[in-house]
Design a protein around this ligand. Structure first.
Ligand code: CA
Length: 227
């Protein structure tokens, strides 16, 4: 899942980036409202952490402009205790949740998980597909009850494929939801291919089934249980 962190306090932005990446999220950072709007135009985020008091363009304006075009991306407001009125305006403008600074990282991460689950009409804590179980809380993947060792990218790929298991996912979509930064058209397919390959191998080794199906030049999907 890919997150945008909009926060002008550099230390906080950096600390969030570090902690969220450790939890397996792909993250980008914006340090003012203008940069946030630019990144929102270019990339498709699953969730935005949005500080309200920002240079250049205010957080509420960022939210307003985002919601004019997109109701799907989840937004969690990061607000100071004194910004009660802004928080209410923010929720009315379509923010999904808010946390008050200073916050406990574990609580923020729990709110992020809840918001992301709501985004996909109800991602259960445990995703199950065939013999594979993926736990979004513990970040563990198991096959027939046995935990298998995946890298954070492999986990991210499998999670995205399991959440969207009913359709084919394009290379581009899959890549942009698991990796951060700008997408370089010339190299991303190789990176994606490599990590899909290692994930595929691990799943096949543990399940005896080729779970990931590749449609040449189109994308990937999970093999359905009756195939
Ligand atoms: Ca601020």
């Amino acid at each position: 899942m890919r997150l945008l962190i909009v926060e002008d306090e550099r230390d906080l932005n950096y600390a969030l980036t570090k902690a969220l990446r450790k939890e397996g999220y792909a993250t980008d950072s914006a340090y003012d409202g203008e940069e946030a709007l630019d990144l929102l135009k270019i990339n498709d985020y699953d969730l935005v952490l949005l500080d309200l008091n920002l240079p250049k363009v205010d957080g509420l304006d960022v939210l307003r402009r985002l919601r004019e075009e997109d109701m799907k991306t989840r937004v969690i407001i990061l607000s100071a205790r004194s910004e009660v009125d802004d928080r209410v305006v923010g929720l009315n403008l379509g923010a999904n949740d808010y946390v008050i600074k200073p916050f406990d990282f574990k609580e923020l991460e729990a709110r992020i998980r809840t918001s992301l689950r709501m985004n996909y009409t109800s991602i259960p804590t445990k995703l199950v597909h065939g013999d594979i179980t993926l736990d979004t809380n513990t970040k563990e993947v198991s096959v027939k009850g046995e935990v298998i060792d995946l890298t954070s990218k492999e986990f991210g790929l499998l999670e995205y494929l399991m959440v969207h298991k009913d359709r084919l996912i394009s290379n581009y979509e899959l890549f942009t939801h698991v990796w951060d930064g700008y997408v370089d058209d010339y190299t991303y397919t190789d990176t994606l291919k490599y990590h899909i390959h290692t994930l595929k191998k691990k799943l096949a080794k543990n399940t005896g089934v080729e779970y990931i199906i590749n449609k040449r030049n189109q994308g990937y999907r999970l093999r359905s249980n009756d195939e």
